[in-house]
Write a protein that binds this ligand. Structure first.
Ligand SMILES: Cc1cc2nc3c(=O)[nH]c(=O)nc-3n(C[C@H](O)[C@H](O)[C@H](O)COP(=O)(O)OP(=O)(O)OC[C@H]3O[C@@H](n4cnc5c(N)ncnc54)[C@H](O)[C@@H]3O)c2cc1C
Length: 401
């Protein structure tokens, strides 16, 4: 593949850098850890961050970069796959946030593909403006990796559907205005063919959101219960009983994982800097010679992750749909998350366990949170075992396990 930018791509990259130079506030750019922009842990450290993010979203929207991947007709930036990649890469190097989440990444693209004109007009602008936050109501206590076993039911009653059942691990349901829900509409049909996809107003009577507090003492996901929740037929997305296919559609916007790869390269740089500055102190390289080798491994792995991202984007740029490659990227990236967080804990010594930004902590006290949060990376979005199964079957031609 060609790593160098074409003249047009270089001009676009310069434009993005110019925007970040001019608009990304120096007080945030210079202190990303304090602003909670260090990793994907969702940590909101600075109380002003919500206000900052609101203003930032507005600025991005002025440039059409609030949803850069979406077609212009739906209010997006209409950027090419390569331009989206460059934007994501440059933002990641500055640790500048980009709008994301279930609304941008899942609900919006699925509504564009399967929605009616009314659904598109109603929901897409509110995702871009940040007015609506969405959650994903897919997993159930008995249906995670084997999602098609889900038991939540949505039974037709006149012009409505009546929903009963339970979802679990629903990230952000407590702050969501809307949810994408898959539920069983034909209980007697073969399991993949009796599922429908709904756009659910989270204020509908009968929905109870109960917090699940994780080991960081942080409320990120929830259990969601449905008791005779009545929704109109207009909440159905696409055809009845065809929801499984909408839920599993690969949406071909840029999904190279470049943001995560750059983040890991930045973390590795921070770790190397800390090791150099504390060679005879907290890192104590003489007493722990293997740390030098672990740092060398980390530097290599972060670069390998970048090359996987480049491979995916070059496929997408040629109009191909990455399949096993996407599984390789997810697997490698989420497991590198774990390895880097472990390395940070080892490098910082006992001080690395201090979870605050006081003088006793190492590296701003960021690693205990990263370490605990990284345990979720190989689970959310499809576990490592499931990714390995896909690679074994679709990549290596091995029989189903
Ligand atoms: C941080 C986080 C956020 C999440 N947010 C959401 C959300 O917003 N909405 C949502 O719907 N869900 C969400 N989830 C749920 C997530 O999608 C599921 O946890 C995931 O799909 C795994 O399902 P499970 O937890 O039921 O585990 P299970 O599927 O029960 O798996 C248990 C173990 O068995 C292994 N296993 C299962 N099947 C196989 C197989 N065929 N071969 C080999 N090994 C197998 C798994 O790898 C795992 O180790 C979130 C999860 C996390 C961790």
């Amino acid at each position: 593949m060609e790593f160098r930018d074409t003249a047009e791509e270089a001009a676009f990259r310069a434009k993005v850098r110019g925007f970040l130079d001019a608009e990304f506030p120096p007080e945030v750019a210079e202190r990303p850890v304090e602003w909670g922009l260090f990793n994907a842990s969702g940590t909101i450290v600075n109380p002003n961050i919500r206000e900052f993010l609101r203003g930032w979203t507005k600025k991005l929207n002025e440039h059409g970069w609030g949803a850069p991947a979406w077609p212009k007709e739906y209010g997006g930036g209409g950027l090419s796959v390569k331009e989206q990649f460059i934007l994501a890469e440059e933002f990641a190097w500055r640790r500048a946030p980009r709008p994301g989440g279930i609304g941008h990444g899942w609900a919006g693209p699925t509504i564009m593909t399967y929605g009616t004109d009314e659904q598109k007009a109603e929901y897409l602008p509110k995702i871009i403006s940040g007015e609506h936050h969405w959650c994903q109501l897919f997993s159930e206590p008995g249906a995670g990796s084997d999602l098609a076993s889900l038991q939540t039911r949505a039974i037709r009653d006149g012009d409505d559907y009546v929903i009963n059942g339970q979802k679990i691990w629903t990230s952000g349901a407590h702050g969501a205005h809307m949810g994408i829900l898959i539920a069983r509409t034909a209980p007697d049909a073969p399991k993949h063919r009796g599922i429908s996809y709904f756009l659910l107003d989270m204020k509908t009577p009968g929905i109870t959101v109960r917090p699940l507090v994780n080991m960081l003492s942080s409320h990120e996901f929830n259990e969601v219960f449905f008791e005779d929740v009545r929704v109109p037929r207009s909440a159905l997305l696409g055809e009845e009983n065809r929801g499984w296919y909408a839920a599993t559609t690969t949406l071909d916007f840029e999904r190279s994982g470049i943001g995560s790869s750059v983040n890991h390269q930045l973390i590795t740089k921070d770790l190397v800097r800390f090791a150099r500055e504390n060679e005879t102190g907290r890192a104590n390289l003489a007493a722990n010679p293997n740390l030098r080798l672990d740092l060398a491994d980390a530097a290599i792995e972060a670069q390998v992750e970048g090359l996987i991202s480049y491979r995916i984007i070059s496929m997408q740029d040629r109009g191909e749909i990455p399949n096993r490659e996407a599984s390789i990227a997810k697997l490698f990236s989420s497991e590198l998350d774990v390895r880097l967080s472990v390395l940070g804990m080892k490098l910082g010594g006992l001080h690395a366990q201090v979870n605050d930004r006081e003088v006793h902590s190492s590296m701003g006290g960021r690693f205990p949170r990263f370490y605990m949060h990284a345990t979720t990376s190989p689970i959310g979005g499809g576990t490592s075992e499931i990714q390995r199964n896909i690679i074994a079957m679709r990549g290596l031609g091995l029989p189903r396990g």
